[in-house]
Design a protein around this ligand. Structure first.
Ligand SMILES: Nc1ncnc2c1ncn2[C@@H]1O[C@H](COP(=O)(O)OP(=O)(O)OP(=O)(O)O)[C@@H](O)[C@H]1O
Ligand SMILES: [Mg+2]
Length: 383
């Protein structure tokens, strides 16, 4: 039987030895290297190709969280188990957000650590196997840490529906760290769509300090279906607390933390939307096959062109089925842009999903509309 290869990282020799003794009780596990700081951990991963890293949260210099983030990003098949004296939910949440697969509170029992190692090793082995290239995050090439805004110049075309389901799809299909920022700061719908009742929103975050750090941002995130959500203010009048500078800073942080950050926007371009569009790698322009929507999007395209953002825009056709009259080809011709992905109509499923606060990609992953969302995700990855 092949042993599970482990790296043990703890700067305190005594506590390293304690863990070592526990691990040695199980001969299906093998500590192949030890490390006393984050840099050593990374070096040893390169040298030893371990399946599991057991790491104390309080490493000197680059701490356990930062090291975990790096491992998650660059070596996704290596599973991290964090060990800490700290049993606060916040600390556990931060470690999980950084990509740790298990969090054990000291003192750890032999049973507990053996079970954790076995479980996370098995999880890691199920990820795509193979060569060092596969040890990169699946979608890293050309698309790492992307910001994707969902935009449209007409209300009700389906921006928020697409944004929510796209984020959940990215989290599930790519096992990526996904953020969702609701920048429809007056009338944000994301919380309702994801059954969230947030106390902390962009408005409260904006009141804290102008330049938040990762730790602070993380306190404002709510998790639903694998997606970390930064909610829009709870009341329209609080929207004015959120300035373009806040948005810029928040998105810069999100880019650091998440593989994909999806940004829902309102139907008009104000200062905050503009900053979001400028911060985005891709702008998904959502259209429907209705004359007013197409007329409006033409204006939107002109605005993006004048801001020199048009090369980031990708056309997404929503409710592509069930409309007679205007053909997608006509739209492409009029707008001078190719439609990159289509999401069919499914009124019943969408309404059901919104009313229950469960994304339809989760309720009915095989439904044509869910496959449509997958095609949007593919378009995102094609860049
Ligand atoms: N593919 C679809 N099939 C059926 N119904 C849809 C589809 N996409 C959106 N809808 C319907 O359209 C409504 C509006 O969608 P959504 O709230 O996502 O639009 P929006 O562009 O975000 O609007 P706003 O500009 O007001 O924020 C949804 O409540 C849903 O009922
Ligand atoms: Mg919306």
């Amino acid at each position: 039987m092949r042993k599970i290869k482990l790296i043990l990282a703890d700067h305190n020799e005594r506590s390293r030895n304690t863990i070592k003794e526990l691990i040695e009780l199980d001969d299906s596990m093998d500590i192949v290297a030890e490390a006393v700081n984050g840099a050593e951990v990374i070096d040893q991963i390169k040298n030893m190709d371990p399946q599991v890293v057991i790491m104390d949260l309080n490493l000197p210099e680059i701490d356990g969280l930062e090291t975990t983030r790096y491992i998650t990003l660059h070596y996704p098949r290596v599973s991290v188990i964090i060990i800490s004296l700290n049993d606060e939910i916040d600390s556990i949440k931060r470690a999980m957000l950084a990509g740790a697969r298990e969090y054990l509170v000291k003192p750890v029992s032999p049973l507990e650590i053996h079970r954790a190692v076995r479980q996370v090793a098995e999880l890691g082995s199920k990820l795509p196997a193979g060569n060092p290239e596969n040890d990169q995050p699946r979608k890293q090439v050309g698309s790492a840490h992307q910001i994707i805004s969902i935009f449209g110049t007409k209300g009700g075309v389906g921006k928020s529906v697409i944004c929510t389901n796209l984020a959940v799809t990215a989290a599930r299909e790519y096992r990526s760290r996904v953020g969702l920022v609701d920048l429809d700061i007056q009338f944000g719908d994301i919380s309702i769509m994801l059954n969230l009742n947030p106390r902390k929103t962009l408005a409260e975050l904006a009141q804290e300090i102008d330049e938040p750090k990762v730790d602070l941002l993380e306190q404002y995130l709510y998790e639903r279906n694998g997606v970390q959500i930064l909610a829009a203010p709870n009341k329209p009048e609080l929207a004015e607390l959120v300035t373009p500078m806040h948005v810029k800073n928040v998105l810069a942080l999100s880019r650091q933390v998440f593989d994909y950050t999806f940004v829902d926007t309102p139907s008009f371009i104000d200062d905050t939307t503009l900053v979001a569009l400028e911060s985005s790698d891709l702008i998904l322009l959502v259209i429907t096959l209705e004359l007013p929507a197409i007329k409006n999007i033409k204006k939107g395209i002109e605005i993006l062109r004048s801001l020199q953002l048009l090369d980031r825009a990708r056309l997404v056709l929503n409710r592509s089925t069930g409309v007679a009259g205007i053909e997608p080809e006509d739209v492409e011709r009029v707008l001078g842009l190719r439609i990159r992905a289509e999401v069919p109509s499914d009124g019943k499923l969408v309404v059901n999903s919104i009313n229950q606060g469960i994304p339809f990609v989760k309720m009915s992953p095989r439904a044509p509309i869910s496959r449509g969302i997958l095609s949007v995700m593919k378009a995102v990855d094609e860049g």
